[in-house]
Design a binder for this molecule. Sequence first.
Ligand SMILES: Nc1ncnc2c1ncn2[C@@H]1O[C@H](COP(=O)(O)OP(=O)(O)O)[C@@H](O)[C@H]1O
Ligand SMILES: [Mg+2]
Length: 248
Amino acid sequence: MIRIRGLRKKLGTKQVLDGVNLDIPTGCTMVIMGRSGTGKSVLLRHIIGLMQPDEGTIEVEGEIVTGLREQELNEVRKRFGMLFQSSALFDSLTVGENIALPMREHTRQPEAEILRRASERLEWVGLRGVEDMKPASLSGGMRKRVGLARAIAMDPAYILYDEPTTGLDPIMSDVINKLIRSLQARIGVTSIVVTHDLHCAWQVGDRMALLHDGKVEFTGSTSEARETSDPLVKQFIEGTSEGPIHAV
Ligand SMILES: Nc1ncnc2c1ncn2[C@@H]1O[C@H](COP(=O)(O)OP(=O)(O)O)[C@@H](O)[C@H]1O
Ligand SMILES: [Mg+2]
C-alpha cells in the first residue's frame, strides 16, 4: 500500500500541503476530491517524486520514497503510470511513438515487442489503428485514451489519474470511467483518481478522501462518504454552496 504521513509543502507563500495523512490500500481505487487549487495535483506529483516535500514521508510497499536520489526514484517510477490532466503527449511524435517512448527508455525489450505492446494497449483503451496519427489530429477524449495507453504500457502496479474526465463530454467521460474500472479488474492495479467530477468519483471509487485546507479531512469507503453526517463532506458531495466551505 501507499502510506502518506505528515506531508507538508509550501509553494510561494502558500502552505499547500499542511500535514497530509492518507493510506491507499493495494488493489483499491482511491478518489481524492477537493476544490480547485487545494493541492490535488501537487499531492500526485509528490507521490511520483516529481516534487519533494518540506516535511513528511511517502511509503510505497514499505519503502520510503521521499528523499530518494533521482536514479532510485526512476526505479520507483517504473511501478507507476500517470495520466496527466493535459494528457502530456508529445505533439511531434506519432501516437505509437508516444506510447513506445517510456518502454524504449526504461526497458530493453526488442523493438517488435514494444510495437506489439503499444498496439495492444491502444486496443485496451478502445483505439485501434491510430498508431501513425499525430496527437494534434485527435479529439480530447482520444488524447486522454492515448495518455492512458501510455500510462499502462509498462504494466504499472499503480495508476494515478489527474482529473481524467475534466473537459470531456458526458458520454466520453463515461467511456473513461468504465476504462478506469475495467483496468482495475484486468490488471489489478491500485489507482488514485483526483477529480472534482462527482459522477466520476461515485462510478470509479472504492474509497474517497477529501483534501481541504492542506489536509485530508475525510477518508472512508464510498458508502461511508454517502452516509456521513460530516458537514464538510456532505457539502462537497452534494455540490452545494451552503455549508462550512465558503465559495470564494
Ligand atoms: N510549481 C508551483 N509553484 C508555485 N505554486 C504552485 C506550483 N504548483 C502549484 N502551485 C500552487 O499550489 C496550489 C495547488 O495547486 P494544484 O495542486 O495544482 O491544485 P489542484 O487541487 O487544483 O490540482 C495552487 O495555489 C497553485 O497555484
Ligand atoms: Mg489539478
